[in-house]
Design a protein around this ligand. Structure first.
Ligand code: NAD
Length: 295
């Protein structure tokens, strides 16, 4: 069993670290927030006093942070304190450029590194059924696979450094756009006298079927896994969806890719965040669509 340093024990990192402990690994965790660290200690993580304290003497380091800046800041301390040969795994969702910068920093300091962002949300983190999309050379991927396994349903090698983040960004472009489309369809149905149940029963077995409908339906009462059934408590917060869509839009601009729906989805989530929706599950965007359709 491995000794793992885990940095960032929030909504995702908390349950992910718990699953590593459950698989028999010894986990040293660090988070800036004392309550988060305490909660992790409650499920068997050994609390560390700093990033350096968490990563000294471990076999692998996992970071699960809010974005590229905290990741790169953190890597300063990680690279100084980790033992030579430590495997560095970043599972945060970050800009492809930041991900590749993190790889460069790690590799030039002599560490193997992988970017391994996840799909599956907090439910997947708790159940240990996340999909990991990994960007790394083959050998680093092979080293990372057994470390990720207790947290994963699938671990997929997507190519070289940064390609995990490219995959994640493309997946979430589809997700953000599909959630808005599902929300619009339900509100349009409401306005025209169609019941939620009838639309759900048909679309869930027809060509409108998608995760935003059948796992996280934005209308409550359709599917028990949906955050709509828990007053839109995230789940995957609308603020994080906006972050991911902005990553996709900026990568599209840089690469000269025409992603009109992605840009529109980011504008819709931008507006929803400005309306105060950022802390709710991203499915709550339906309430903004309904409000704008009133009258
Ligand atoms: P979160 O805000 O709940 O957790 C992030 C944690 O990192 C916080 O507890 C924060 O205190 C800690 N942190 C920030 N800077 C730190 C530092 N320098 N040192 C130590 N700890 C630090 O966020 P989350 O929902 O757990 O998401 C984490 C990452 O996973 C994000 O990049 C997000 O985009 C991605 N993600 C989230 C979901 C989801 O459903 N929540 C799904 C897939 C991917």
């Amino acid at each position: 069993m491995a000794v793992i340093g885990f940095i960032g024990l929030g909504h995702m990192g908390g349950p992910m670290s718990a699953n590593l402990v459950g698989a028999g690994h010894s986990v040293r965790g660090f988070d800036l927030t004392a309550e988060t660290l305490e909660a992790a200690a409650g499920h068997g993580v050994t609390p560390a006093e700093s990033v350096a304290d968490a990563v000294r003497g471990v076999d692998a380091v996992i970071t699960m942070l809010p974005g590229g800046k905290p990741l790169l800041d953190c890597y300063g301390d990680v690279l100084d304190a980790a033992d030579p040969g430590t495997l560095l795994i970043d599972s945060s969702t970050v800009d492809v450029t930041d991900a590749r910068k993190a790889h460069e920093l790690a590799n030039s300091a002599g560490f193997d590194s992988v970017d391994a962002p996840v799909s599956g949300g907090t439910a997947g983190a708790e159940a240990g059924t996340l999909t990991f999309m990994v960007g790394a050379p083959e050998e680093a991927f092979r080293r990372a696979e057994p470390v990720l396994e207790p947290m994963a349903r699938k671990v997929i090698h997507c190519g070289g450094a940064g390609n995990g983040q490219v995959t994640k960004m493309c997946n979430n472009l589809m997700l953000g756009a599909s959630m808005i489309a599902v929300g619009e369809a339900f509100v349009l149905g409401e306005k025209l006298g169609l019941s939620h149940q009838a639309l759900y029963d048909v679309a869930s077995v027809s060509t409108g079927q998608c995760w935003s409908l059948t796992t996280n339906c934005p209308v409550p009462g359709m599917v028990p896994t949906s955050r709509a059934d828990q007053d839109y408590e995230p789940g995957f917060a609308a603020a994080l969806m906006l972050k991911d869509l902005n990553l996709a839009v900026s990568a599209a601009e840089q690469s000269g890719t025409e992603t009109e729906i992605g840009r529109l989805a980011s504008e819709i989530y931008q507006r929803f965040n400005e309306e105060g929706g950022g802390g709710y599950d991203f499915g709550a965007v339906i309430n903004s669509i309904r409000q704008r359709s009133a009258g």
